[in-house]
Write a protein that binds this ligand. Structure first.
Ligand SMILES: *Cc1c(COP(=O)(O)O)cnc(C)c1O
Length: 558
């Protein structure tokens, strides 16, 4: 056991006697002060709090004349819960109930002998893990989710109100938007950090500005981790979003007017894959391919035929609304036969790929683009992975080709996200996303709803609601009123306008991040069917809203 101690001049003698008394029971890290000379209590309380916050010490003890100032300082740090104690009873209580890990003591309030008794009681009392205390401690931390932005409460009350509303919405609603997820607190800290202050046009080691050493280190980590995580030869972590990543690839490898073979938007593709309203559709000769009318899956033989006929410069796969596994090996063969560059946009499935729940495109593709915020659950941003031979062209297409200074704070958050994905439990997460999706899909299907392609292999599925007499727009609105958030989505060969659509898209990345499993998916699937079976019945919507909110609140958002 390791204990960090710190005090100011007013509690110097108290601290010395604690150090003596505890030596032998634990490893002591004494942060000072080391004399009675006047000093500032926050300096010492901060040193202890940082050690506990980082997990370098199991417990902290902070002392000053009253114990109040040091406890206030310590409680400003994440993972620190400091309790000011005057009695052994209080020390036992604050351990059991509040899970305190820092003990604050006042030299005027307790004698050195009694302080040692309090400290011994503190470090030997386990935290009470029963449900009610765990729940209260969770609420105590959840206050922290808003306290992260508490300076805004006075600096900009209007923006603070929007963040508060988003926090409440995340807490209370069941989010099934397939392209969304919840970022970790560590990611958000990096994204909100001082790294945003730095201009760093260029790449690590080759910048146009001075003073780039810290951001160089952050970007180098992000690149290295991206390569390691996905087994890629080269990574560019600067694209501001997924569309920008795709744009950079086109700019790097082909010329305006060249042919791109891609899945069209209404079939599950993406705007940046050649939609006529997007730059990609305006600049390039887009040949769209579709899924098979019967199976609603990719027909690789038909794709091969089309590729051989049209000889595209790039054959692009990857989708926003395709519920089935993509066969990258087969796509590689087609690209080789047609002489096309194989580009895969894995924006939606990147987390499944990282966690081993979907075959990786990286060994097969020339270029892989992605976002970092969908199943991957990191900050909002883009990523390009490629073979070494494309590295130079890709890097110069991103900068100076189309972007100026990179967002180094977001790049640091991407690095944090990649590191998180190297932890073994993320494999379980990715597998659980897929399992949850299968169960949710089957629950809805068993209630008589037609599922596009008959099911799902990944994190999302599409429900054909038109078949039951409603539009995707109306279905999404009714579910929204019931606290269940999905989006309307076109289904293959949709006969409704893209504004109304015949389908809804349902994804399980976010609910899985909150820790929900199969049992919760059955509940949610049943609610979805209850609401859609009686789409005009507001009583059902209100009933489901109450129940879904109660369920959501049991599963904390990180
Ligand atoms: C979400 C997505 C993108 C890009 O998204 P941005 O909003 O530009 O970050 C690109 N491709 C696919 C397939 C997507 O699903």
């Amino acid at each position: 056991m390791k204990i960090a101690l710190g005090c100011d001049h007013g509690a110097f003698e108290l601290k010395e006697s604690l150090v003596n008394g505890l030596t032998g029971m634990a490893i002591i890290e004494d942060f000072g002060t080391f004399s009675k000379e006047s000093c500032d209590y926050p300096d010492y309380a901060q040193a202890v709090a940082l050690a506990v916050s980082a997990g370098e010490a199991d417990f902290g003890i902070v002392c000053c004349t009253s114990g109040i100032g040091v406890s206030m300082v310590a409680n400003r740090y994440q993972n620190v819960r400091a309790g000011l104690c005057h009695t052994v009873d209080e020390a036992v209580m604050t351990r059991q109930h509040n899970g305190a890990n820092v003990l604050a003591l006042g030299a005027k309030a307790v004698s050195p002998e009694y302080a040692l008794e309090i400290a011994k009681a503190f470090i030997s009392t386990p935290v009470d893990e029963s449900e009610r205390h765990a729940r209260r401690r969770w609420k105590l931390e959840r206050g922290g989710r808003l306290s992260d932005v508490s300076i805004l409460a006075s600096a900009d009350p209007e923006i603070f109100a929007t963040i508060k509303a988003q926090t409440k919405q995340e807490d209370e609603e069941i989010n099934l938007i397939a392209s969304e997820n919840f970022s970790s607190r560590a990611c958000r800290e990096a994204a909100g950090s001082v790294l945003m202050n730095k201009y760093a046009e260029g790449y690590p080691g080759k910048r146009w500005y001075s003073g780039c050493l810290p951001v160089d280190a952050a970007e180098e980590l992000a690149r290295k981790r991206a390569c390691e995580l996905f087994g890629a030869e080269h990574a560019n972590v600067q694209p501001h979003c997924g569309s920008a990543a795709n744009m950079a690839v086109y700019f790097a490898l082909i010329k305006p007017g060249d042919t791109i073979l891609s899945l069209s938007l209404d079939q599950g593709g993406h705007l940046s894959h050649g939609s006529p309203v997007n730059f990609s559709g305006k600049l390039y000769n887009i040949v769209p391919y579709t899924v098979d009318r019967e199976t609603e899956r990719l027909d690789y033989d038909a794709l091969e035929k089309l590729a051989l006929e049209t000889k595209p410069a790039i054959l692009l796969t990857g989708a926003s609304a395709y519920p089935r596994t993509l066969d990258f090996k087969r796509i590689r063969e087609i690209c080789d036969k047609a002489g096309a560059i194989m580009m895969v946009d894995m924006a939606h499935i990147a987390g499944l790929v990282a966690g081993g729940a979907h075959i990786s495109p990286v060994p097969y593709a020339d270029i892989v683009t992605s976002t970092t915020h969908k199943t991957l659950g990191g900050p909002r941003g883009g990523l390009i992975l490629c073979k070494e031979k494309y590295a130079k062209a890709i890097d110069s297409a991103v900068f100076p080709g189309m972007q100026g200074g990179p967002l180094e704070n977001i790049i640091a958050a991407k690095a944090v996200c990649f590191r998180e994905w190297m932890q073994p439990e993320k494999k379980d997460y990715a597998a659980q996303v897929v399992k949850n999706c299968a169960v949710l899909c089957k629950t809805v299907q068993d209630r008589g709803y037609r599922i596009v392609s008959g099911g799902t292999d990944n994190h999302l599925f599409l429900v054909d609601v038109k078949k039951r007499g409603m539009t995707g727009k109306d279905a999404a609105a009714a579910l929204d009123a019931a606290g269940i958030v999905v989006n309307k989505n076109t289904i293959p060969f949709d006969t409704e306008s893209p504004f109304k659509t015949s389908g809804i898209r349902v994804g399980t990345a976010s609910v899985t991040t909150r820790g929900m499993k199969e049992a919760e998916m059955i509940k949610i699937g049943t609610w979805i069917a209850d609401v859609l079976d009686n789409i005009a019945d507001e009583t059902i919507q209100q009933r489901v809203k109450k129940e879904s909110k109660a369920l959501a609140l049991k599963f904390p958002v990180p």
